[in-house]
Write a protein that binds this ligand. Structure first.
Ligand code: SIN
Length: 284
């Protein structure tokens, strides 16, 4: 069987004809990388990867970036600490993974570091039978292109601070204090507009809304500008929805999309294993 890549909508594509548990051919790797650059979200169904297989597959796309600090202060997956576990399951009184069963608000991953990961890879091991927990992606190239001219002008040359203190479920990470003044938010600063080095295309680079601050503005001005940007960036026409099945692998271009997750029934089991690939350049 040979690789096929089918567009799902303006955003996202599905890869068929490749078994991710086997070593990839050079042309398969290249095709997936191109799809990540162009379609930004790559979906493959029916994959069953052990942790070592998920790690080997992920390494095709660069060096692994270990998960950021979680609220518990130690890796969820002690045998393979490069793998993050996203789960609501409690075993022996302890969460086996992060983010619980609630909504995860729109965000990009680990943008609070100086060189954020370029790609994330999420593999579904257990999924609630009755649905819920859909994951949505928003295209930040399309969002930037569609911004009103006044908003484009307002953000030109500006940077924001990307909050390191809370995870996507809103929990305080171990070692961080509550932010009481967004001008003092701990985390990296990145330009609001990112230009892709290879293509010259411009995209919004927002990270996450909570505790964000536009450097140099009054707090009120910063809040108003960020609210306007986030409202535009997450309009439904820029988004796609992924409804999970066991065995799915979903990869996304973390520099060019935001993602969020619906809540799901807390009494159902949902277990996802996740890797991410180090970025190789600062956001510019
Ligand atoms: C995440 O925000 O990385 C989690 C996405 C998901 O659980 O589907």
């Amino acid at each position: 069987m040979s690789i096929t890549i089918t567009r799902l909508s303006a955003l996202g594509c599905e890869v068929c004809g490749v078994d991710f548990s086997e070593p990839l051919l050079a042309e398969e790797r290249a095709a997936i990388e191109t799809a990540l650059e162009r379609q930004l979200v790559v979906v493959a169904r029916g994959q069953r990867l052990s942790d070592p297989e998920l790690l080997a597959f992920s390494r095709n796309f660069g060096e692994l970036d270990p998960p950021g600090p979680n609220p518990y202060g130690e890796p969820f997956n002690k045998d393979f600490p490069e793998i993050n576990v996203i789960s609501n399951v409690i075993e022996n009184g302890r969460a086996i993974g992060g983010l619980g069963a609630g909504e995860a608000a729109w965000h990009a991953d680990m943008t609070y570091i100086e060189v954020p990961p370029k790609c994330a890879i999420l593999h579904a091991l257990e999924i609630p039978a009755d649905g819920g927990g859909n994951t949505y992606f928003a295209d930040m190239y399309a969002a930037y292109e569609a911004l009103p001219q006044a908003l484009k002008a307002a953000i030109e040359g500006k940077s924001t601070v990307h909050d390191a203190s809370r995870n996507s479920a809103g929990l305080l990470r171990k070692g961080y204090a509550e932010v009481s003044d967004v001008r003092k938010t701990a985390g990296a600063r990145h330009p609001l507009v990112r230009t892709d080095r290879a293509t010259g295309r411009r995209s919004l680079f927002l990270g996450r809304r909570h505790n964000s601050y536009v450097v140099g503005l009054d707090v009120c001005e910063s809040e108003a500008l960020l609210d306007a940007l986030w409202a535009c960036a997450t309009e439904p026409q820029f988004t796609m929805c992924h409804r999970w099945q066991v065995g799915d692998v979903v990869m996304w271009n973390n520099r060019a999309v935001l993602h969020r997750r619906d809540p799901f029934d807390a009494s159902a089991r949902r277990i996802m294993h996740r890797t991410q690939i180090k970025g190789v350049e600062r956001i510019a």
